[in-house]
Design a protein around this ligand. Sequence first.
Ligand SMILES: [Zn+2]
Length: 88
Amino acid sequence: MFILKGIDQLTNAIAKAKKVRPRVEFDHFGRYRVSGSKGYYTVICRKDERGYKTVACTCKGAEKGLACYHAAAALSLHIGLARQQQTA
Ligand SMILES: [Zn+2]
């Protein structure tokens, strides 16, 4: 799990996501399944009680607090959906 402070910390993960092009499946708002090397990972994007945006992924990298490409892929969908909700 990591706290999303800005898009800068995702630069590498976004580059990798563009290269790998994982499948992102929508579960419900804030919860996504992303394909990876060993099957699907679950990515959860939420705001914690202090208002921090947190992103959790079930892969090994995210367990260590790294911004993985699954998270980057899910976030691009999540941010798009969040914008739609705000303008709806
Ligand atoms: Zn991951």
